[in-house]
Design a protein around this ligand. Structure first.
Ligand code: G3H
Ligand code: 13P
Ligand code: ZN
Length: 327
């Protein structure tokens, strides 16, 4: 049997205490996805400089792109880097959209401090059974588990959902008590990716279903709720991408006002991936268009990393409210 790596030996923490503080403090912990060095450096730099706790998220796609072992050592490097910056921010290493018991088990054994088991596409009782199985295993190692009820439109790793299905508030209490999960992702109108809503020119995207969120909160008061698909799809980046040869007409996301409102509620984890992708793509396109002879990746990736740091600091300070909360 492969050696089991305990996340505590890597300097990581699970999400339990962070969520408790976030729910009572009315802010949300940022969960940023990473796949490569520059993204991770930017997340750590921005969170250390804003004194924000952080969840480093690894999707199944990231594991196959970057290699699970490589990502674990990168997370260890990230902890060390933060400490060397003089920062004691809590860092969680989390599996995003775990698709099976085996994937979750493998991450737990390789040093992840938190996992998501996404059984949201399964019939309710199967979702309960799978989530329960992961919780039973994870809790032996004090690893926290996120479950999901309701389906987001867009791509959930391998699962492509054409239409979203909002979370049914009547199910949340039963799900949480039967599974023993530590947090619950719900579907209230967000979706993954950069094309979240179809809106006509000049129109605002529809508001999130805060009524469903309130119904869920009522049934599981104080329980940590997670919001996926929470990128704002920053228009400045979409415009740069389109200006420098890209094609992303109609890309639109969740407004910062809506996210602030969610963060002030029982939503204590907000997942952001697409905004980082847009920042990186916009800056690389801009850099290479302005300096077509440049071929040193450190130059254009460096420009992308700098922008990512700016974006993440802004999110922590002005949207999620996690800045200054690292204890
Ligand atoms: O929720 C999905 C995340 O944005 C990860 O996406 O599977 O392309 O890495 P990915
Ligand atoms: P976005 O695509 O809106 O960034 O959502 C990311 C996410 O939910 C990762 O799990
Ligand atoms: Zn997600």
């Amino acid at each position: 049997m492969a050696e089991v790596v305990n996340y505590k030996d890597l300097g990581l923490v699970n999400s339990r205490e962070l969520f408790r503080q976030a729910v009572s403090g009315g802010y949300a912990i940022p969960a940023y996805n990473f796949n490569n060095l520059e993204q991770l450096q930017a997340i750590i730099t921005a969170c250390a400089e804003t004194s924000s706790p952080v969840i480093l998220q690894v999707s199944k796609g990231a594991r196959s792109y970057a290699n699970e072992t490589m990502l674990r050592f990168m997370a260890m490097g990230a902890v060390r880097m933060a400490r060397e910056m003089g920062s004691e921010i809590p860092i969680v290493l989390h599996l995003d959209h775990g698709d099976s018991f085996e994937t979750c088990k493998s991450c737990i054994e390789s040093g992840f401090s938190s996992v998501m088991i996404d059984g949201s596409h399964l019939p309710y009782e199967e979702n309960v059974a799978l989530t329960r199985k992961v919780v039973e295993y994870a809790h032996q190692y004090d690893v926290t588990v996120e479950g999901e009820l309701g389906v987001l439109a867009g791509i959930e790793d391998d699962v492509v959902a054409e239409h979203s299905t909002y979370t049914q508030p009547e199910e949340v209490e039963d799900f949480v008590s039967k599974t023993g999960v530590d947090s619950l992702a719900i579907s209230i109108g967000t979706s993954h990716g950069a094309f979240k809503f179809k809106v006509k020119e000049g129109e605002e995207p529809p508001p999130l279903r805060f009524d469903i969120l309130a119904e869920c909160e009522k049934r599981i008061p104080g329980f940590p709720i997670v919001l996926h698909g929470a990128s704002s799809v920053v228009q400045e980046y979409v415009e740069l991408i389109n200006k420098y040869g890209g094609k992303m007409e109609g890309a639109v996301g969740v407004s910062e006002d809506q996210l602030r409102r969610a963060a002030a509620s029982a939503v204590c984890k907000i997942n952001i991936d697409s905004d980082g992708r847009l920042a990186v793509t916009a800056k690389i396109r801009e850099y290479l268009a302005n300096d077509p002879g440049e071929f040193d990746p450190r130059k254009y990736l460096g420009a992308a990393r700098k922008e990512l740091i700016k974006l993440i600091k802004h999110k922590n300070e002005a949207v999620l409210g996690s800045a200054g909360r690292a204890k």
